[in-house]
Design a protein around this ligand. Structure first.
Ligand code: PLP
Length: 395
């Protein structure tokens, strides 16, 4: 059975080109980039090049690019570094729909005595900019808002938010882990002060991330050690992954427009095919401002996990919004913040596509879903109740 991978917001396949540039670092090129000798020094030069490639993808200065181990580290380091550098400011503004790398870290900081404002969203997952404006205070240390939501794909108006935050001279952090490679990022002309990225969402490997820190922003490093990364993150560089990320950034920029329209066409076909063949489905989130690769669909009155298991039997990989990893089967915090009804939130599935998906894969999914949903609804007490209510209302 071949795999149909529609879970690219979870992680992506490493591009063949990316793997090719990485392999020498697991073979002959094993030196330490900080060494004085030529053997190690050649790695240092490749890291310089990768930093330039990454900076070019962001329209930033290479000196503003700091390599980290993942998106979660970048998010933590961005917020922590600003708080450390501004010890008198004890208030943080973020949203209720952030990734746990921001959300749980802010909850942790709250227990440490910081005040945190968690901004809500409307039923389409949109922020209220007046609420944001009203939340800012003289002691606000940082505003941290994601560019695009990993579950729904909803894109926040980052530049508008940035203008509001900058008018108050507050550092502005953006988690762009899901945006890179899907939305053009031009940091030189933006209001963003700090920005987080993760390699494995961009066809680079797991275990590499980026924190962009605008020149002049007061920020304190978290990992104190050697002089690597201009004294901003101690630790011998992950040379192979850094070089791979540089190449992945180059590929993302080179093919962005073409990829975005191709992937969006596939996503739209998947979405309309499902809507046409399965009753009682709803697409969650603002469809006008949404990542081109993501659709979050609720199949009402059944459990998302059961759908995933049956999709898995066809080799189809997708994701559900429930926090099943915690064992609680609580519906996703994002859908809850949007007020999605219980019977829809529980049956939500996220399909997220990439450059490697094909028309025939999409048609396969559209073909198998009606039977899967029908089977699950046939044994669902919520679906039975719904049908009875419908019959009663028809008299
Ligand atoms: N932020 C967002 C929006 C994400 O989607 C993710 C991963 O899913 C992260 C942060 C964390 O990235 P990483 O897995 O590299 O730690």
């Amino acid at each position: 059975m071949t795999t149909i991978y529609l879970d690219n917001n979870a992680t992506t396949q490493v591009a063949a080109d990316v793997l090719a540039v990485m392999l020498p670092y697991f073979g002959n090129l094993y030196g330490n980039p900080s060494s004085m000798h030529t053997f190690g020094g050649q790695l240092g030069k490749r890291i310089v090049r990768a930093r330039e490639q990454t900076a070019a993808c962001l329209d930033a200065d290479p000196a503003e690019v700091l390599f980290t181990s993942c998106g979660s580290e970048s998010d933590n380091a961005a917020i922590r570094g600003i708080l450390e550098a501004n010890p008198d400011k004890r208030h943080i503004v973020t949203t209720r729909v952030e990734h746990p790398a921001v959300l749980n870290f802010c909850q942790f900081l709250r227990k440490r005595g910081y005040e945190v404002t968690f901004l809500g969203v409307d039923s389409l997952g949109r922020l209220d900019l007046d609420e944001l404006r009203d939340s800012l205070r003289p002691d606000t240390a940082i505003v941290s808002v994601m560019y695009a939501n990993n579950e729904t794909g909803v894109i926040f108006p980052i530049e508008e938010i940035g203008q509001i935050v900058k008018a108050r001279e507050i550092p502005f952090h953006v988690d762009a882990v899901q945006a890179i490679g899907k939305i053009p990022l031009r940091l030189r002309s933006s209001a963003i002060d700090l920005l987080s990225l993760s390699g494995h969402k961009l066809h680079a490997p797991k275990g590499i991330g980026v924190l962009y820190i605008r020149k002049g922003v007061r920020w304190t490093p978290f990992i104190i050690g050697g002089h690597q990364e201009r004294n901003r993150r101690g630790g011998t560089e992950n040379a192979a992954s850094i070089v791979g990320l540089g190449r992945a950034c180059e590929l993302a920029v080179a093919n962005l427009a073409e990829e975005v329209s191709r992937v969006a066409r596939l996503r739209d076909r998947l979405e309309s095919g499902i809507i046409a063949s399965v009753p009682n489905v709803r697409v969650n989130g603002d469809q006008e401002h949404r990542l081109p690769n993501t659709t979050n669909i609720s199949f009402e009155y059944i459990e998302g996990e059961a759908i995933l298991l049956l999709l898995d039997q066809h080799g189809i990989c997708a994701s559900s919004g429930s926090a099943c990893t915690s064992g609680s089967l609580e519906p996703s915090h994002v859908l809850r913040a949007m007020g999605v009804p219980f019977t829809a939130a529980h049956g939500s599935i996220r399909f997220s596509l990439s450059r490697y998906n094909t028309d025939s894969e999409v048609e396969t999914v559209i073909g198998v879903l009606p039977e899967i949903i029908g089977r699950l609804r046939a044994i669902s007490p919520f679906w039975k109740d719904f049908l009875e209510q419908q019959a009663a209302s028809r008299g």
